[in-house]
Design a protein around this ligand. Structure first.
Ligand SMILES: Nc1ncnc2c1ncn2[C@@H]1O[C@H](COP(=O)(O)OP(=O)(O)OP(=O)(O)O)[C@@H](O)[C@H]1O
Ligand SMILES: [Mg+2]
Length: 163
């Protein structure tokens, strides 16, 4: 399906979008978050975790030093941040692929740094900083699992608009 564009007018709205996306995710889904610094990737992740692993939502922060944080829940969320990894680091050697193809949901900030390690079927969210509080978020899917999520999301957003 074609991509979906959403404008967020506040951190709360971005978190709510994350919450809605989280409610549609199942084990094995991969969210690739990319785009501007301060675009709202961590903010959206908080919403996803609030939905899937609510007991861990207070822990959500940029995993600046850890590269990965795990938030346990019925569906565990593996939250990566590859901002600090450059081409010189061999991400393949870090052994993250067992998580990428594992039992949880992966939410990956700065997924553009993964290059060819990016799994084929991912829901991509591109964040653009427009104004102090306005962000443009463009969603695209690249495989069967992520297509389904994007279609469901489009339906849910459409329903909300018509309420
Ligand atoms: N509509 C919005 N959506 C999300 N965050 C917003 C919005 N408007 C303002 N903000 C602010 O922008 C910042 C977004 O920070 P956040 O850490 O989520 O971005 P990020 O994309 O994860 O950045 P980084 O690339 O450094 O990891 C927060 O300070 C938040 O309060
Ligand atoms: Mg972040």
């Amino acid at each position: 399906m074609p991509g979906l564009q959403i404008t967020s007018g506040s951190p709360r709205e971005t978190e709510r979008l994350g919450n809605l996306i989280g409610s549609l995710l199942r084990s094995g889904l991969f969210l690739a978050l990319r785009g501007d610094l301060g675009g709202g990737k961590t903010c959206l992740t908080r919403g996803v975790v609030a939905s899937l692993a609510p007991q861990s939502v207070h822990l959500v922060a940029s995993p600046t030093y850890a590269i990965m944080n795990c938030y346990p829940g019925d569906t565990p969320v593996y939250h990566f941040d590859f901002y600090r990894l450059t081409g010189d680091d061999d991400i393949a050697e870090l052994g993250f692929e067992e998580y990428f193809y594992g039992d949880g949901v992966c939410v990956v900030e700065w997924s553009e740094r993964l290059g060819e390690l990016l799994p084929p079927d991912v829901l991509t969210l591109q964040f653009e900083y427009k104004e102090e509080k306005r962000r443009l978020i463009t969603l695209t899917s690249s495989g069967q699992k992520s297509d389904v999520v994007l279609e469901l999301l489009a339906e849910k957003l459409h329903q909300q608009k018509n309420l």
